[in-house]
Design a protein around this ligand. Structure first.
Ligand SMILES: [Fe+2]
Length: 240
């Protein structure tokens, strides 16, 4: 019998060849931005710049080059997904550093404000001990009975080849210095605990949004299924 995998989710992994010196500088910048903070207000949660005022890294000079590289890779991701050249505009909407101290995690969430998520790891040795990015499937059609694939003692053996391939409740990505990952922003994800007592886990996160390209006078109108380019939106004055 042959089992065919249908409708796969596209996780991109790109190992960027970054100069160790540049990585060290980026890490230094991130730690300076974090300052004296140790984590987010929720106990045990890593420090995430987005809720601590550091949400526009792409507009900070020290992060301009790395943001440009993320943009370049985002275009390649779209191309590989079959997007026609010139059919959409891409925007970095928000970008922020994340720092996990030993024992810290980031809870399961997704980014409903964005369309495409990107994460760049500034450190990590590929072992996953500093905490993995954990990606969850939107649903698990192969567990047949909803909920079977998670939890202990169920009928699905998570260690069997079939369980691993067809009923994995999540996929873990181990951070590696210079590794960039991209995935649809609606994908639920989390960060597992940093189990490295001696090292911080540092990454940069990016929220990207797609819109129609800027429509020039005389050109066709933006397609109905894409938001027009934000430069062509008109903000309403707030009610008085
Ligand atoms: Fe996230």
């Amino acid at each position: 019998m042959e089992l065919q995998g249908l409708f796969p989710l596209a996780l991109a992994r790109v190992q960027l060849r970054l100069d160790p010196w540049d990585l060290a500088l980026l890490m230094q910048e991130v730690l300076a931005l974090r300052g004296d903070a140790q984590g987010n207000p929720e106990p045990g949660c890593a420090w995430t710049g987005d809720i601590n005022g550091i949400w526009q890294l792409h507009r900070v000079a020290a992060f301009a080059a790395i943001s440009a590289e993320v943009e370049r890779q985002a275009w390649i991701y779209l191309e590989q997904l079959g997007f026609r050249a010139g059919s959409v505009a891409l925007h970095i909407q928000r970008s922020w550093p994340v720092v996990s101290e030993a024992g810290q995690v980031v809870g399961r969430h997704h980014h409903p404000n964005a369309h495409l998520s990107a994460v760049l790891y500034l450190n990590g040795d590929g072992s996953g001990r500093s905490g993995c990015l954990r990606l969850f499937p939107a649903r698990q059609p192969n567990e047949l009975v909803p909920g079977l694939a998670v939890g202990h003692g169920g009928p699905i053996d998570p260690g069997s080849p079939g369980g691993r391939q067809w009923n994995a409740p999540w996929l873990d990505v181990a951070p590696q210095a210079g590794l960039l990952v991209l995935f649809p922003a609606g994908t639920d994800h989390a960060v597992t605990a940093n189990e490295d007592e001696d090292d911080l886990r540092l990454s940069l996160a990016f929220d990207l949004a797609l819109s129609a390209p800027l429509a020039q006078p005389g050109e066709p109108a933006p397609p109905e299924y894409l938001a027009p380019h934000p430069a062509q939106w008109s903000e309403l004055a707030p009610p008085r």
